[in-house]
Design a protein around this ligand. Structure first.
Ligand code: GLN
Length: 558
């Protein structure tokens, strides 16, 4: 047997373990962070761990969803457009995760129907139960094989009791029936403290556990989220009414920072108890020292740095939605902490700058300005005004995707005097189509073939020596994740370059502009990328371009 075969044999005989994380009572209490933290504390035990997310909606992926409704679309290396929790997994585990680890109800049904159409069920009746849960289970197993994982953490979106989650609970029930000693169920619940009573209430948790039980699934652990830690009395009550061992009830009160969660879990010996339930030899001492060092850095930084993020998706009714740019905000934080600086991030909706241009002056109070990605017309004039402000007032600027395309437009209009220059995404009739639809995208745009068809995922780029970009990366060959349909129009590259812009990164064939910058002689730091560097930023590996931007912002300050 050669090495590959041996590995395959070993993989075949390996016992895979599954931890399902479900939500009770209500959503938005940190199920994703709980799942990521569980994954991390098991990884710290030396186990090979991967994480999956199930979203219960019919959309095949998260790509076509409005970010103000669904939050950020996180792009995986293989190009799948997913939920922001996949980003949490990659960041907490410091690994790349493949598309097989993400599924929606829509994607499951689509595959079952396609299999039926191509004779995959050999003419038999194909039914919602068991065929849908069986397809779900086969994906769990594929993800486990792909990662050669000892443990797969699976987060089920939504809350137990919702109609749309029933088939996923059925898949868990079937898994538990097959191998009860290798499946654990964790319910993340919420224990409110109503102001009028002033006492922490366990009843919603009891009700949620019953809803879970009625699907034939029983919780092994309850993570008790709430504004306060769980006291002994309530621990007893939950243990008594919910059939969960006392030491399997994990208190998870609100914390100042989500990075504290894995460390807090270990205070309750969570990883040890999980290993016991899964019959895993939990011999290796938990080693969360690297994470601990990162968390330490976040506690008492020496400096502070203020970054303005100017985006078009911030407003949601009377609320500000920062989740839309989650990975960007996280990337800023990691680089700031690595420079021993506290990140102060201020959010601005570009629409506000449009309505009242005087408001732009608040940008004089920040050390750096970042414009993240986006689509369509709304709020674009506010973004262009922001870029003019950053460029002319010499405030460090970092543009991502749309933030690069619009930087080209801004420069062309105001420096190169190309009146009405635009991206054809907004003005198809512009006299200067500086940003044009990519050749490969023309048909998709024409026929509205919009799902999963952008230029997505990891692509290589080559950097010019001696540029800000090459200095930041400390190398000239890079690979980054993408999500776009438009690009810098090559017809104009020469003219823009002659006009003072440096294209410091391009695709290996040289025909797709990936990074632009202004020389240090004209601006302290003006860099923009066609790709999304934020998807590679990790707490334990901050992204070099974010770090260079933050360093420039700190210099600006002094
Ligand atoms: N709307 C632009 C494009 O499709 C930019 C996309 C983005 O910012 N992700 O190319």
């Amino acid at each position: 047997m050669d090495k590959k075969e041996i590995r395959f044999k070993r993989a075949q005989n390996k016992t895979r373990n599954y931890i399902f994380v479900v939500g009770g009572v209500m959503s938005g209490v940190g199920k994703g962070i709980t799942a990521s933290s569980i994954a991390q504390i098991l990884q710290a035990r030396g186990l090979s761990v991967t994480a999956m997310k199930i979203d219960p909606y019919i959309n095949v992926d998260a790509g076509t969803m409005n970010p103000t409704e669904h939050g950020e679309v996180f792009v995986l290396g293989d190009g799948l457009e997913t939920d922001q929790d996949m980003g949490n997994y990659e960041r907490f585990l410091n690994i790349d995760i493949p598309g097989i680890n993400y599924m929606t109800t829509g994607s499951v049904y689509r595959d079952v129907i396609e299999k039926e159409r191509s004779g995959g069920y050999k003419g038999r009746n194909v039914e919602v139960v068991p065929d849908i849960p069986l397809e779900v289970i086969s994906r769990f197993e594929k993800a486990a094989e792909a990662a050669d994982a000892d443990v797969v953490i699976v987060e089920i979106g939504g809350t137990v009791g919702e109609y749309q989650g029933v088939l996923f609970l059925e898949a868990i029930r079937m898994m538990k029936a097959r191998a009860p000693e290798h499946v654990a169920v964790v319910m993340v619940s919420y224990l409110p403290v109503p102001g009028s009573v002033g006492e922490m209430k366990t009843k919603p948790t009891q009700t949620a556990v019953r809803a879970l039980n009625s699907a034939g699934v029983f919780a092994d652990f309850i993570v008790a989220r709430g504004p306060l830690p769980l006291d002994e009395k309530r621990k007893d009550k939950i243990a008594q009414f919910c059939n969960v061992k006392r030491e399997h009830i994990i208190s998870a009160p609100d914390v100042a920072s989500v990075y504290d969660v894995p460390l807090n879990f270990e205070k309750d010996n969570f990883s040890k108890h999980l290993c016991e339930v899964l019959h895993l030899p939990c011999t290796k001492e938990s080693d969360i020292s690297a994470w601990g060092r990162f968390v330490q850095k976040t506690k008492k930084p020496k400096h502070a740095v203020t970054i303005a993020v100017v985006g078009k998706y911030f407003s949601s009714g009377d609320f500000i939605l920062s989740d839309v740019y989650l990975s960007v905000l996280e990337a800023i934080k990691y680089s700031a902490y690595s420079l021993n600086a506290k990140p102060i991030i201020r959010y601005f909706s570009s629409l506000d700058f449009e309505k009242d241009p005087k408001k732009l002056n608040v940008l004089s109070e920040v050390d750096g300005i970042l414009v993240p990605g986006g689509f369509g017309t709304t709020g674009i004039d506010g973004i262009l005004a922001t870029i003019t402000y950053a460029r002319t007032k010499k405030i460090p600027y970092f543009g991502i995707c749309y933030g690069m395309q619009l930087a080209v437009i801004e420069y062309a209009r105001n420096v190169l005097k190309m009146k009405d220059a635009h991206t054809v995404e907004i003005n198809p009739k512009t006299p200067f189509p500086l940003i044009d639809v990519m050749e490969t995208q023309r048909d998709n745009v024409k026929t509205q073939n919009l799902g999963g068809t952008m230029r997505l995922g990891e692509y290589p780029a080559h950097l010019k020596k001696g540029t800000i970009a090459a200095a930041a990366y400390k190398k000239t060959e890079i690979s980054e994740r993408h999500r776009h349909r438009y690009e810098v129009n090559n017809t104009y590259v020469e003219r823009i370059t002659e006009g003072g812009v440096i294209f410091s990164g391009a695709s290996p064939t040289g025909d797709l502009m990936e990074i632009l910058e202004l020389p240090k002689t004209t601006h302290p730091y003006f860099v923009a990328t066609q790709f999304h560097p934020e998807f590679h930023a990790r707490p334990l590996a901050p992204h070099p371009l974010f770090t260079a931007f933050l360093a420039a912002a700190l210099t600006q300050q002094s």
